[in-house]
Design a protein around this ligand. Sequence first.
Ligand code: BTN
Length: 250
Amino acid sequence: MTQKVRLPSPFKLVTYDTIDSTNEEAKRLARDGVPSGVVVWAKEQTSGIGRRGRKWISEIGNLYFSILLRPDCSAFKAMQLSFLASLCMAENIKDVLPDTAIVNCKWPNDVLVEERKISGILLETQTLPQGDIDWLVIGIGLNIKSFPEDLEFPATSLTHEGAKNDICAEIMLELFSHRFLSNYKIWKEMGFEPIRKAWLCRVAWIGEKITVRLEHETLVGKFKALDKDGALILLDNGDERRITAGDIFV
Ligand code: BTN
């Protein structure tokens, strides 16, 4: 049975049984001029998109949604919202799993349970000529009932990690929207620092040796810190490298 989803104002929900990609639909709506706060949710996606052009397998039973926002800020600052979103998702996941579950945020914006990926975020923006944002779409996938087995990084789902059977996409979407809204207000009033601090309380692998896969090179070093803007600081043979995009592994 499908539950009614109630999102707090100013969110406005647009629901589909099947769509190509909720990010693509949110971008189409953004280009048509719909206001900030629209949330596109689909029960399944036929062409779900992951970071760096990867496919996001999107079977019925998991959560797929995209939030369209028009924050009054630069594209650079808007990237901080992916940390905010992964923090909110991690906190909600923690709330619905057994107390012993270890839930971490993996840089830049994945959520892991017991070192397996359970949620991923794809942030896309359109910038105006003077550098500010026209719109921003935060697309989020959460494995609830199933997870893909054949990925280079191991995955998991809420059910697999012991969540109760009644935990479903509707509940997780509602929980997320409330948590996101209160943290979004904090971000607007106080900036990135409180979000950064909270995210660091959940971070995976800080202080450890990691491999960082960039578009054209792979680096190995120590995950030293997260800087004030969300870049990863890697200590590589005594040199500090500031990394703003990539995939990390241990
Ligand atoms: C990642 O690669 O980790 C990011 C995955 C993002 C997937 C979500 S599912 C909802 C939204 N629609 C998409 O096509 N992608 C994002």
